[in-house]
Design a protein around this ligand. Sequence first.
Ligand SMILES: [Fe+2]
Length: 176
Amino acid sequence: MIGEDAKLRRAARIHTPAALGAEATRDVSAALNVLLADLFSLYLKTKNFHWHVSGPHFRDYHLLFDEQADQIFALTDPVAERVRKVGGATLHSIGHIGRLQRFADNDADYVSPLDMLAELREDNLQLAARMRETHGICNEHGDIVSASLLDGWIDEAETRAWFLFEATRQGDEPGR
Ligand SMILES: [Fe+2]
């Protein structure tokens, strides 16, 4: 058993200086950590679909999912480091991600390509909406740096949703 004193001493060793105040540290890092868990889970779902997609559009979808997975993964480090810069502690493990993530996993043996596109489209729209909420929390605390990073990340999520939507649109030419 670790005593309270020892716990506090250990917590102090990962403390980082932050200019925004204790409330900002608490609220902004909590919001960014949940977002980080969402990013890791969406990254893995996108990779899952990249690995398991099949059918006549295999090459297109396989490559699209890989591109999008890379883009999502590239956000994880800046989000985690932002948490540290505002004075918080970030995620430690896959288990920690599992406890915080809000996206449902998809462990199905087979998912049709159109269902993959639709599910990722919804998830990316949801991600953009959650990033907007996080943006609001950052603004409340005057954390303009996190807020401006989120601006670009929201645009990326909306771009992914757009690509996924256009890829599912059925041809509407006469006779199809
Ligand atoms: Fe690959």
